[in-house]
Design a protein around this ligand. Structure first.
Ligand code: URA
Length: 222
């Protein structure tokens, strides 16, 4: 059924439109991206929100399509029939918690700077760490390309070559670039959590599962 803009008021006045099972008569009635919209018996919109976590393995691209490499979407064994996108990419060789959804509002809200959603990572490095890193990461580093100073990153040294990081932003290759200032190459980078959502340790690399409603809600805007 194709509905012209000019017909909408008439349909509403005749009580022929239902949104989420409720007859709607007001033109200003808010219709969300996942509202179920029916005119008479014809469904006009019936999108179902979908939220997944994956344990991303190394060597796959955080993208929905790629001409040369396997993408994270290629790894879904039983892909839901919705248009998924990635909420917060990981680099080709980075591993760990990756969130996928078809809910653009939810994924945009994850990256709002004022929400300060903390992400945790562990890194292993080519050269040994020392206390200078802790201060430099906390003080922030100026990134010429973006013209910004990174927000404080909490770095905890776990051993000579291994650290845990907590950061609230996700600039392009941010962690690698920050260690790059010390000419220290990141050998492995693994994300454990995004806000309160932690990688399910039952997921082998490449496996995924649906988020629980509590997990979805914990990352939603209030
Ligand atoms: N920072 C990086 O450099 N790479 C990632 O994958 C994530 C954060």
């Amino acid at each position: 059924m194709r509905i012209k803009r000019g017909d909408v008021r008439g349909l509403l006045a005749k009580k022929r439109v239902k949104v989420d099972g409720v007859i709607v008569t007001e033109i200003a009635y808010p219709i969300g991206q996942f509202s179920h919209v029916v005119v008479d018996d014809t469904v006009l919109q019936a999108r179902v929100p979908c939220y997944l976590m994956m344990n991303k393995p190394a060597g796959v691209v955080s993208a929905t399509k790629d001409a040369h490499h396997t993408t994270v979407l290629d790894l879904l064994v039983d892909p839901p029939s919705v248009d998924l996108h990635i909420a917060g990419r990981l680099d080709f060789n980075s591993t760990g918690l990756l969130l996928l959804t078809n809910d653009g509002q939810w994924s945009r809200a994850l990256s709002l700077p004022e929400r300060n959603i903390e992400k945790t990572y562990t890194v292993t490095l080519a050269e040994p760490l020392d206390e200078r890193y802790v201060d430099a990461f906390l003080n922030g580093m100026y990134f010429d390309y973006e013209g910004i100073t990174t927000r404080p990153v909490k770095l905890e040294i776990l051993s000579d070559y291994c650290a845990r990081l907590r950061l609230v932003e996700g600039r392009y290759h941010q962690i690698k670039r920050m260690f790059g200032r010390f000419q220290n190459e990141v050998l492995t980078l693994h994300r454990h959590s995004v806000g309160p959502v932690e990688l399910d340790l039952g997921l082998a690399p490449g496996q995924s599962r649906y988020l629980s409603s509590e997990e979805v809600f914990s990352l939603s805007l209030d």
